[in-house]
Write a protein of this length. Structure first.
Length: 141
């Protein structure tokens, strides 16, 4: 267990939960809906919302994977650390890096008001990959 993951457990920013298939399914459904909304927003040239919605599609895919392993996060950063820890062998390092970059782009769009159609498209592409990977992992559990 990495020191970062251990610290989050100690600080209760990641907590153990009982695995609940209904919660996992709900997160995948939310990921699909957010991805659809992100694509629609991008088509309407609403890059800020497309970025935010695309990120939340990634977020819900990642949460489904965390729930699968019996954990729940208390922050976006904790979710990323837990995903990196729990799926080091199941998710490519490059996809984890893209997820982290998506977190940054969402924060910039939401709080810094910095966004573009290109960055929204990047987030949407990563969200598609994350959802696909999550569905594959959950199918093969």
């Amino acid at each position: 267990m990495s020191p970062a993951f251990q610290k989050l457990l100690e600080e209760r920013k990641i907590v153990r939960i009982v695995r609940d298939p209904a919660m996992i399914a709900k997160e995948i459904t939310a990921a699909r809906a957010d991805l659809k909304d992100a694509k629609e927003s991008l088509a309407l040239k609403k890059s800020k919302w497309a970025t935010i919605q695309g990120y939340y599609a990634m977020f819900h895919s990642a949460r489904a994977l965390l729930f699968e392993r019996g954990y729940r996060e208390k922050s976006h950063h904790a979710l990323f650390i837990a995903l990196r820890e729990l799926y080091a062998d199941g998710i490519e390092r490059s996809l984890l890096q893209e997820f982290e970059h998506g977190m940054y782009l969402r924060q910039e769009a939401d709080y810094g008001l910095k966004f573009s159609a290109r960055s929204a498209q990047e987030v949407i592409e990563t969200a598609e990959k994350m959802l696909g990977r999550a569905k594959l992992i959950l199918k093969n559990k």
